[in-house]
Design a protein around this ligand. Structure first.
Ligand code: HEM
Length: 402
């Protein structure tokens, strides 16, 4: 058997060598596998590959879902219900896709924080960072367009609110909203457009950007913690071999993470809620968690000022390597950058939490409070209805995807 396999392999190699620079390909692959990584490379450096793993999960499960999903306002909800309840393992595939999307965004945020803390965005890796920020934007757009596809009450009204924001852009706002929706309101036309973006446009964008991102990362290798311009060659006895050391580390993280993902799907499957009803607006509709901080921030500003203010954080993120030009990479020698980064993170988290609890009734140390649009708490007379304690009424009525 072994001999047969070896002779088959030799024949394939002979065939390829006669037609292509086969030995150059082999040398290239061997060089990539043996590339030494800096000594500080650790488990923190597996977030990027976990994002890649989740991207693969999204592609595979997304293709399987496409076999049964129907992107029309008459059939979308029913086709998801069919996938969830009738198709063999359909619940698993849908669960992996829905939870995978949420976890991929978490992973990108963790990866970005890791790169920020270790100064990996500094010269000469500015463009790796810029492609990374674009990847985050594309991933979030995947989330936004995918959210509408089940065509339930929550997704319908969250998209109505989300696309309404575009109207605040001066002069062209109405045209942008019209283009996104394909009409005055969210309709089957919008569903068709979001579906095309989700399955035909964004996949090309993400695959292209990931290829550039990984190519740049491999070309320049991972950053060390030395000052910019003072990097020494990695001494062979200190280097971490990419293969097998780092690859095995990545594989073990993938295995544990797959278990975690499966547990989420089994113990907390994404709900479907009620079909979209354009004539019945639920109370306290909320966007997905990764839009909550922007959504809350927009409430504190007049519309047009709000839209421009909400563009500042992504702009700072893209331009970060060109704004922060200090030569230090080690976090201990960058106290200002670390403090500002931590403040930005805490601010975004706080806004997100206020966004989540705004327009709900909550209980705090046993006492009921009503939280208004801006996050102000007012003690309630008597006790609030049990169903309204932690989540918005709209979510209770319609169910929420992760
Ligand atoms: C689908 C999205 C992404 C994938 C698949 C991905 C993948 C990776 C991988 C595998 C690495 C090497 C290992 C590691 O550092 O974890 C890496 C490095 C890097 N990534 Fe990403 N990444 C993505 C998004 C991002 C984002 C959102 C940012 C930042 C905004 C970013 C910035 C960087 C930078 C600057 C490096 C080089 C870091 C260094 O040299 O220390 N990436 N990426």
């Amino acid at each position: 058997m072994n001999e047969k396999l070896t002779s088959m392999r030799n024949s394939i190699e002979k065939f390829l060598r006669a037609r292509y620079p086969w030995d150059s390909f082999k040398d290239f692959a061997a060089h990539q596998a043996q590339k030494p990584l800096p000594p500080h490379v650790s488990w923190w450096h597996t977030f990027g590959s976990l994002a890649l793993f989740l991207l693969a999960n999204q592609i595979v499960t997304g293709l399987l879902l496409m076999a049964y999903y129907r992107p029309t306002s008459d059939h979308a909800f029913e086709s998801i219900r069919f996938i969830q309840t009738e198709v063999p393992a359909g619940w698993l595939i849908r669960g992996l896709h829905a939870w995978g999307a949420a976890l991929m965004i978490c992973m990108l945020i963790l990866h970005m924080i890791r790169v920020f803390v270790m100064g990996g965005y500094k010269k000469p890796r500015e463009l790796t960072w810029v492609t990374g920020v674009l990847l985050l934007g594309v991933t979030v757009t995947f989330g936004f367009t995918g959210y509408l596809l089940p065509w339930n009450q929550l997704s319908y009204w969250a998209t109505t609110v989300g696309t309404e924001v575009a109207r605040a852009v001066p002069f062209v706002g109405n045209d942008i909203a019209l283009m996104l929706r394909g009409g005055e309101g969210v309709s089957g036309e919008t569903l068709g457009r979001f579906y095309v973006l989700h399955v035909a446009v964004l996949p090309w964008a993400i695959v292209g950007l990931v290829s550039i991102h990984l190519f740049l990362m491999r070309l320049q290798n991972l950053a060390t913690l030395e000052r910019v311009g003072e990097e020494q060659d990695i001494p062979p006895h200190h280097a971490v071999p990419f293969f097998p050391e780092h690859v095995l580390k990545e594989l073990s993280v993938f295995t544990v993470f797959l278990g975690f993902l499966l547990a989420l799907v089994i113990f907390s499957p994404p709900e479907l809620g009620e079909p979209a009803d354009p004539f019945n607006t639920p109370v306290g509709i909320k966007p997905e968690w990764y839009f909550l901080s922007t959504y809350q921030m927009l409430k504190y500003f007049p519309k047009t000022i709000g839209i421009f203010t909400s563009m500042i954080p992504p702009l700072i993120l893209v331009l970060l390597p060109f704004i922060d030009r200090s030569l230090e990479r080690h976090p201990k020698r960058r106290p200002l950058a670390m403090t500002l980064g931590a403040l930005a993170l805490v601010g975004a988290l706080a806004l997100g939490i206020v966004g989540k609890i705004s327009e709900t009734h909550i209980r705090f140390f046993g006492k009921p409070y009503e939280v208004d649009l801006y996050g102000r708490w007012t003690p309630e007379e008597g006790s609030a209805p049990a169903a309204d304690t932690t989540v918005s009424r709209a979510e209770n009525r319609t169910g929420s995807a992760p």
